[in-house]
Design a protein around this ligand. Structure first.
Ligand SMILES: [Zn+2]
Length: 196
């Protein structure tokens, strides 16, 4: 049980789910992998199970995370990619020995070279980041419209007009703020009357 730790935000894109383990970067930041064990938990949920993680490996993971965030943000606003971030992403990608294997059910699964190889898991995340930043996949990098978030996310909507990294958090909060602005409270209107 890790009830004391913040939940994970699960997305469908590995690299941006990973950058989402630090949220509200421009507000009161929430660190969702505060301990090595929480990184182990996150990797398990994302099909990259390892049996342990050291503090150094967690530090490396966070360095990769912030590098992906920096590079994806630059790509979203069509800025030059920060060289230091690109270096970290490439180093992590090169250092891994993960292999894609096909299950009998026809699904892809990642096989790490050993269960203690957090580096292998990071290489899969780095390669995923490379594929979205390089524009290889169907979708577009964009920044969350929430001023306290501004997370880079991968928009796969048909119209490419998604505004928030996550509808259930940033999107909902924005909707609520707009509702409150358009509906000033009167004495007989209580704040709990709006249920999203
Ligand atoms: Zn957001």
């Amino acid at each position: 049980m890790h009830a004391a730790f913040p939940d994970f935000r699960l997305g469908t894109v590995l690299a941006t789910s990973f950058t989402g383990t630090l949220s509200e970067r421009h507000g009161n930041a929430v660190e969702r992998i505060p301990t090595p064990q929480r990184l182990v938990d996150w990797l398990a949920v994302n099909g990259l199970a390892v049996d342990s993680c050291t503090t150094a490996q967690l530090d490396r993971a966070r360095e990769l995370r912030e590098s992906i965030h920096a590079a994806a943000t630059a790509a979203a606003i069509q800025d030059a990619l920060p060289a230091a971030a690109v270096q970290v992403i490439n180093d992590c990608s090169v250092q891994g020995r993960a292999a894609a294997v096909l299950t009998p059910e026809g699904k892809r699964r990642w096989q790490l070279s050993s269960a203690s190889r957090v580096e292998d898991a990071l290489s899969v995340i780095a390669a995923d980041a490379i594929s979205i930043i390089a524009g290889e996949r169907d979708g577009k990098l964009a920044l969350c419209a929430s001023p306290t978030c501004q997370a880079a996310f991968f928009d796969t909507s048909q119209s490419r007009t998604r505004r928030w990294c996550d509808m259930n958090t940033c999107g909902n909060r924005q909707k609520k703020a707009r509702f409150n602005a358009n509906h000033p409270r009167t004495p007989d209107q209580r704040s709990d009357r709006y249920t999203p």
